[in-house]
Design a protein around this ligand. Structure first.
Ligand code: AMP
Length: 214
């Protein structure tokens, strides 16, 4: 089963993708994670995308489609979760073509709906464990008092460089201008399901499970 998690920054796509990896043996393909990895390891491509990402703009379709193409040839396990990809209509068309080439199907597109005020509050308070990626929130799920990750015991926590109000405004603008048309695109293809992304993590998880099991 291959699925897309669609939603603005901070909708909880990464958190839900991690649940699906654990419980359904799926593979998370997050283009944001791949680009951050390229940036941190200082590859040529990483240098090109660093400024674009810091400003909260989208990197070129060519770069992200290339990243996804490489991964589709690898291990598929329980299927792919596309997280943060596609983000433009051109990327959506390219994904359709890549899946067709490899004989794969797109089984569900799940839109995670959240209101913008909640997004800003979530993102500016978010940090993750440097070892396992567990997500924390200063208000609703603070880092444990002993300074150890509740999932893996790691002691290093990171905040994303682009999780600040200026970048976030730009990221939201990019979402509404370039990514939100995908909601209509997948609706018209009969592939869209929507879940309320504002509830408790476990409630959102249950709603997603309902979609996938139906
Ligand atoms: P994310 O971790 O998904 O929030 O992505 C972080 C940043 O990486 C975005 O703000 C973009 O600059 C870039 N990025 C991630 N995925 C894509 C994509 N599919 N298309 C273009 N840019 C992307």
């Amino acid at each position: 089963m291959n699925i897309i998690l669609l939603g603005p920054p901070g909708a909880g796509k990464g958190t839900q993708a991690r649940f699906l990896c654990d419980e359904r043996d799926m593979i998370q393909l997050s283009t944001g994670d791949m680009l951050r990895e390229a940036k941190d390891s200082g590859t040529e491509m990483g240098k090109v995308v660093a400024d674009v990402m810091a400003r909260g703009e989208l990197v070129t379709d060519e770069i992200v489609i290339g990243l996804i193409r490489e991964k589709l040839g690898g291990d598929k396990k329980g299927g792919f979760i596309f997280d943060g990809f596609p983000r433009t209509l051109a990327q959506a068309d390219a994904l359709g073509a890549l899946l067709a080439e490899t004989g794969e199907t797109l089984d569900a597109v799940i839109e995670m709906q959240v209101d913008d005020n909640a997004l800003v509050a979530r993102i500016t308070a978010r940090s993750t464990c440097g070892s396992c990626g567990e997500v924390y929130n200063d208000h609703t799920k603070p880092i444990p008092a002993d300074g150890k990750c509740s999932n893996c015991g790691g002691t290093e926590f990171k905040r994303r460089a682009d999780d600040n109000e200026d970048s976030l405004k730009q990221r939201l603008m990019e979402y509404y201008k370039k990514t939100s048309p995908l909601i209509g695109y997948y609706y018209a293809k009969g592939q869209l399901s929507s879940v309320d992304g504002l509830g408790e993590m476990s409630a959102v998880k249950a709603d997603i499970a309902k979609v996938l099991d139906s």
